[in-house]
Design a protein around this ligand. Structure first.
Ligand SMILES: [Zn+2]
Length: 230
């Protein structure tokens, strides 16, 4: 069975844009997808090894949000989309950069930090990073090693350098995850969630968790060790 084609709106279902979402962990876990058994047994086993409950919740929510974004972009059911991971450093699977095996043309990225999660899915390389707006990045002498000197000077000259430095930081992280620093960057601060987010990709578009639809539970069988969902 094939999915019904959707209008090719940029950032919309089946569209050509990069969809980026930031939400709180609690929002994602309260979303219908949070109870839909979307995570594979392998993911669940890895999550079970995370000892800190709030961190386990953050990682769970980030992975669920990535599924929802991927379903939105591909117009396929979320339970059919299982991101894998590959580490470009050691060449092994199971950790490192996420990707969708059935959609090699799509880039995926996720981020989580202290009760906040973010995910981005779109054509080509994409990257996303979220940090609590109240967080302050590393000491200046460390930042000086990783950020362009001109950017750092501008940020420290800012009347309130903390948020300016944090914005530089999330931009850098998003670009690192995409593996590219020449793509359009979209950055925003969400005052309700006290989140500072940056995403990069060929055409980053911000959307809301509420626009990502989950499958009704009856259409979304829980993962069991059957051939279709092993
Ligand atoms: Zn590795």
């Amino acid at each position: 069975m094939t999915a019904t084609p959707s209008p090719a709106l940029a950032g919309g279902p089946g569209g050509s844009g990069t969809v980026a979402v930031v939400a709180t962990t609690a929002e994602v876990l309260a979303h219908p997808a949070g109870e839909a058994g979307l995570l594979t047994p392998g993911e669940q086993a890895r999550l079970a090894r995370i000892r800190l409950p709030h961190r386990r919740d953050d990682v769970t929510a980030a992975r669920l949000l990535l599924r929802l974004c991927a379903a939105h972009v591909t117009a396929r059911p979320a339970h059919e989309l299982s991101p894998s991971q590959h580490c470009p450093t050691c060449g092994r699977d199971g950790h490192g950069r996420p990707y969708l095996p059935d959609h090699p043309d799509l880039g995926v990225s996720l981020s989580h930090a202290d009760g906040l999660v973010a995910a981005a899915v779109g054509p080509g390389p994409v990257g996303i990073d979220v940090e609590p707006s109240t967080r302050r990045p590393a000491p200046l002498r460390m930042l000086a090693r990783v950020l362009p000197a001109a950017d750092l000077r501008a940020a420290t000259a800012h009347p309130d350098p903390g948020p300016a430095l944090l914005r530089l930081w999330v931009r850098r992280e998003a670009r690192l995850k995409a593996g590219r620093d020449d793509l359009p960057l979209l950055e925003w601060t969400d005052p309700h969630r006290t989140a500072t987010t940056a995403t990069t990709g060929p055409s980053p578009t911000r959307t809301a968790l509420a626009t990502l639809t989950a499958l009704p539970a009856r259409d979304c069988p829980p993962h069991t060790p059957s051939p279709g969902h092993a």
